[in-house]
Design a protein around this ligand. Structure first.
Ligand code: GLN
Length: 490
């Protein structure tokens, strides 16, 4: 059962092949067996999970089941979940039990889904390798010596290792798509504002967006149907009519125009990734799509612009962690100021401190115009490039990440090298566009490669159609890492 997609699990639950309690127990047993080697989960709580599963079974017996009732999933530890430890991968929140549910969690619960646990992540979602977590790194199920990507590395690795059939993630600069690519799963970052940020611990509020991670495009659509929707508790949540994001899955791709930005295939892209991405474009041509060469001339500015704006917003958002209302407080201090200083010095790790310092600097008097305002202007130019590009094509494709998964420790000493992992994903966040990653092959060492599909605003249904048609024609998304498949005893 742990190899099944959400769609298959939904059918199994509906026909009584298994109950939610049996299904959840199977995943819990698998987590117990494999999590120590992978580090995907920060918190599991068997009793809580089984109680939720039991409630889902009762709901089904009463004839009140929806398509996802009783299906377990994992939540990234950035989402507040009532009664669950919610750490955001930080020592700062290592004692924080959330008193309420994030919008995303609330929606999943309302759909009858069952929380398997809270997944490991880079501290405050800052990172591309899951190595900045206070709870230690996550290992990639395809090869335990390499990283799973980040910051949603625990969610990605859990889905890849079949410890959960799906998971939630968040993407500020690539944190759903890049770990999805590096672990061979599917991940979708929706249009900014489609999924409420309420109860999602803030990193860079103008960029942060929650989205689903799963094993097929169709499963992403099922989850997006649950997660999306207006929420007055988030001032940037968009009021739009509800959609079925899977409504167009079966549409043939005959009229599809795929834009290939030349900047996505320039220096820095490793040959194995390029080969796999090009092979997937060839497959799309076979499916009837046409290819247009496009350009995103300001692409190269996206990483520098992001590393002004994201730290600026982070420095402001993280100022609330002062050891007073919640979170870590130093055991010893002399006065109030000393308490703030010590609590923050002890509670935050090195990468978070680096971002706070950069952010405070670019926002400070005298530098604000030169860095922050300038970066805001460039952000507009980057967004405009996409508006121009979408006049010529329906979707944009390219690699998700310039490399496949790299060795643990390989980039930790050089932050700029680490930041460049998101060179193809960051512009999408700056523009507020939807982007996804789906598996499209492997490198010479057997590590997965991700294909990135970028859509126009609110075009998630089309992106899912485009991904689904590819998944009908290929089986990359069905490949599983060795030694983690197989049936578990319930
Ligand atoms: N890797 C990027 C960063 O470190 C993006 C992280 C994210 O999307 N949360 O900021």
């Amino acid at each position: 059962m742990s190899n099944a997609t959400l769609k298959e699990l939904s059918a199994q639950l509906a026909t009584g092949v298994c109950s939610s309690v049996e299904l959840s127990r199977e995943f819990i047993n698998k987590i117990k067996r494999l999590n120590k080697n992978l580090g995907c989960f920060i918190t599991v709580d068997t009793e809580r999970t089984l109680a939720q599963a039991q409630a889902a079974d009762v709901q089904r017996a009463a004839g009140r089941a929806g398509p996802l009732t009783g299906i377990p999933l994992a939540h990234k530890d950035i989402f507040c979940a009532e009664g669950w430890l919610t750490t955001c991968g930080s020592r700062m929140l290592s004692n924080f039990v959330a008193p309420y549910d994030a919008h995303v969690v609330e929606r999943c619960n309302a759909a009858g889904m069952v929380t398997l646990g809270k997944t490991n992540m880079d501290e405050f979602a800052m990172g591309s390798s899951n190595e900045t977590s206070y709870y230690g790194p996550v290992r990639n199920p395809w090869n335990r010596d390499v990283v799973p990507g980040g910051s949603s590395g625990g969610s990605a690795a859990a889905v890849a290792a079949r410890l959960a059939p799906a998971a939630t993630g968040t993407d500020t600069g690539g944190s759903i798509r890049q770990p999805a690519a590096l672990t061979g799963i599917c991940g979708l970052k929706p249009t900014y504002g489609l999924v409420s940020r309420y109860g999602m611990i803030a990193f860079a509020s103008s960029l942060d967006q929650a989205g689903p991670m799963a094993r097929s495009a169709e499963d992403l659509g099922l989850l997006l149907n649950v997660m999306a929707g207006f929420d007055p508790r988030d001032s940037t949540s968009l009021e739009r009519p509800a959609e079925d994001y899977n409504r167009g899955l079966e549409k043939p791709l005959k009229e599809l125009r795929i834009g290939l930005p030349k900047e996505f295939f320039a220096t820095g892209l490793t040959p194995d990734v390029q080969r796999a991405v090009e092979a997937s474009i060839t497959e799309y041509k076979k499916l009837g799509a046409t290819v247009v060469d496009i350009s995103l001339p300001n692409m190269e500015l996206s990483v520098p612009v992001y590393y002004v704006l994201a730290p600026a917003e982070a420095s402001s958002n993280l100022s609330r962690f002062d050891g007073v209302r919640y979170g870590h407080r130093a055991a010893e201090y002399t006065d109030l100021m000393d308490m703030y200083k010590r609590s923050r010095a002890e509670g935050f790790g090195a990468e978070v401190k680096r971002r706070i310092l950069i952010g405070t600097y670019v926002l400070s008097h005298g530098y604000y115009d030169a860095y922050y305002i300038h970066a805001q202007k460039l952000r507009r130019l980057i967004a405009r490039d996409f508006v121009e590009a979408f006049k010529q094509c329906d979707v944009i494709m390219g690699p998700t990440s310039p490399t496949t998964a790299f060795k643990l420790g390989e980039k930790s000493a050089d932050p700029v090298q680490m930041y460049l992992s998101d060179i193809y994903t960051i512009a999408v966040n700056l523009a507020g566009l939807p982007g996804m990653s789906i598996p499209c092959g492997f490198d010479g060492g057997g590590l997965p490669v991700g294909l990135q599909i970028i859509g126009n605003y609110f075009d998630e249904a089309r992106m899912l159609n485009v991904a689904h048609q590819y998944q009908l024609a290929t089986d990359w998304h069905q490949r599983a890492p060795q030694g983690i498949g197989g049936r578990e005893k319930a």
